[in-house]
Design a protein. Structure first.
Length: 326
């Protein structure tokens, strides 16, 4: 891809790289948080550390093709799967990228591109991008949650990511809200991720559809329960399908309960929701806040807005670039 028409060639850009188990997305981001060029590439996650690094390097080099010599990027940020050490830029042992174990990704990329490199968890980085350039730009203390295949979170205090002692803080997707609830793959019970992520929404819908075979949601899935997705549930709910609407209501209930705990624990200035499920929740943000009344200890929950994130599928690119502004 080429630079967007009219982009100033005198501006120095930031490189943002989002690494997943099967894909890499890389982009050039200006200092207003606009992604002016991006590329996508395949990630080889099962063939050793060198093969994984080679995929990332090729994606960055493709991104930088055509960049004028006087346009050398200022820095390079990377969103990588965790667990990781953001201070050292080391990938520890991510389940989705088994090629890297205690791999010094920041150092390796610095050797190749001779740029400052920062590495961070994708949700934390995406939250930072929202604070710098997105829905959280007018707030000091922000709680950000991305709700999709899983649920990730970030806590941003006065423009800085809160990492905790080791960098493992803000795993809010694995806050248990039902001590006797279903067991999450993480080993705990009643995690909000297991109850309200995209797969959880689909799982709840499949169960209800066993008793409602005439639902339009099942028709969307071609009559096969296994084909039902969270995205289908959102679409069917918008079309007033009774089963889908019930699933969305239940999802809003559990998310409101979880975020009510966040309100009592952190009292952030704002809560920002991103990820694929957030579009389904767009029409229900006021409902989430309404459920806090009388259900949280905080006496002024109505003063805390719940907003949709600016960045969608490109939140990883923007987030990675935002790391370079810290």
């Amino acid at each position: 891809m080429q630079f967007r028409e009219g982009e100033l060639v005198s501006e120095q850009f930031l490189v943002g790289v989002d690494i997943g188990g099967t894909k890499i997305a890389a982009g050039l981001v200006n200092h207003q948080g606009e992604i002016v060029k991006h590329v996508r590439a395949h990630m080889v996650a099962n063939s050793g550390p060198a093969a994984g690094l080679d995929c990332v390097v090729k994606a960055i080099r493709e991104l930088l093709e055509g960049v004028p010599p006087n346009q050398k990027p200022a820095a390079l940020g990377v969103c990588a799967p965790g667990p990781l050490d953001p201070k050292k830029g080391v990938i520890i042992n991510p389940p989705n990228v088994p090629c890297w174990r205690n791999f010094p990704l920041a150092d390796e990329l610095h050797k190749i591109f001779h740029l400052p490199v920062k590495v961070e968890n994708d949700a934390k980085a995406a939250g930072l991008a929202e604070v710098l350039w997105g829905a959280g730009a007018d707030y000091h203390n922000v709680f950000y949650a991305t709700i999709g295949t899983g649920i990730g979170a970030a806590i941003i205090f006065n423009g800085k990511i809160y990492h905790g002692r080791t960098g493992a803080a803000a795993e809010a997707g694995h806050m248990g809200i039902q001590f006797d609830g279903p067991q999450c793959p993480c080993g705990k019970r009643g995690c909000i991720e297991y109850l309200a992520s995209g797969p959880a929404i689909a799982r709840r819908a499949r169960k209800k559809l066993q008793e409602s075979p005439n639902s339009s949601l099942l028709q969307m899935a071609g009559g096969n329960l296994e084909n039902v997705t969270g995205e289908m549930v959102g679409k069917a709910s918008a079309e007033k399908d009774a089963v889908a609407m019930e699933v969305v209501r239940e999802t809003v209930d559990v998310l409101a309960y979880w975020l009510g705990n966040v309100v009592d624990f952190l009292e952030p200035d704002v809560i920002i929701l991103g990820g694929g499920v957030s579009s389904m929740l767009a029409a229900h943000l006021d409902e989430i806040r309404a459920r806090w009344k009388g259900a949280v200890l905080n006496p002024w929950p109505e003063r805390i807005p719940v907003l949709l994130a600016r960045y969608g599928e490109e939140s990883g690119i923007a987030g990675a670039a935002a790391l370079c502004r810290m």
